[in-house]
Write a new protein. Structure first.
Lengths: 110, 114
């Protein structure tokens, strides 16, 4: 079963706009990670936010974590066509290390 | 360059013909894992390994085998492939078993079983 679930499943925006995607999870965690996947390629780690952090930035990425609501959001500011990809949240699940959500497909129109 | 490599990248085979997909990492990582990715189902873990000679089942282990004889290698074996194993497969590694660490993914192997 999925620990993290992303919302929306798909998102289409214009270049320069901001993109926000959300992740909800079920059990208590000590961190949450976001990954990006370009079409048919391996996932690439974007950012890790720990349970004692509420917000974290990395370049044009801003991640928030609300442990009381068991949710996280990923904001990509000033999006570019190159940001077109699928984005996954992942949460630790003991021995298995990480469980991934089903992803948000982001399309950035030039 | 730190990386996870997989071979082959593309494979078309027939039902029942045994195959092996290799995975190797050069980062001295303890943890390695295999996932399959299918449309609408996201990434599902097949098997994982916490260290040499230590492997365990993930969410969808049926029809697969793995071994971890060396730290750097973690091959995925399909003894008798079936069409429902047609999928995109990813190998990943991480410094430790703990979910506190990011995972490094290979480029993927697209397998078609006819």
């Amino acid at each position: 079963s999925q620990q993290g679930e992303e919302d929306p499943q798909a998102l289409s925006i214009q270049e320069g706009e901001n993109a926000t995607m959300n992740c909800s999870y079920k059990t208590s965690i000590n961190n949450l990670q976001w990954y990006r996947q370009n079409s048919g390629r391996g996932l690439v780690h974007l950012i890790l936010i720990r349970s004692n952090e509420r917000e974290k930035h990395s370049g044009r990425l801003r991640v928030t974590l609300d442990t009381s609501k068991k949710s996280s959001s990923l904001l990509i500011t000033a999006s570019r066509a190159a940001d077109t990809a699928s984005y996954f949240c992942a949460t630790p699940t003991g021995r298995r290390a990480l469980t991934f959500g089903s992803g948000t497909r982001l399309q950035v129109q030039p | 360059e730190a990386q996870v490599t997989q071979n082959p990248r593309y494979l078309i085979t027939v039902t029942g013909k045994k195959l092996t997909v290799t995975c190797s990492q050069n980062m001295n990582h303890e943890y390695m894992s295999w996932y399959r990715q299918d449309p609408g189902l996201g990434l599902r873990q097949i098997y994982y390994s916490m260290n040499v000679e230590v492997t365990d089942k993930g969410d969808v282990p049926e029809g697969y085998k793995v071994s971890r004889k060396e730290k750097r290698n973690f091959p995925l074996i399909l003894e008798s492939p079936s069409p429902n194993q047609t999928s995109l497969y990813f190998c990943a590694s991480s410094p430790r078993t703990s979910g506190d660490y990011e995972q490094y993914f290979g480029p993927g192997t697209r397998l078609t079983v006819t």
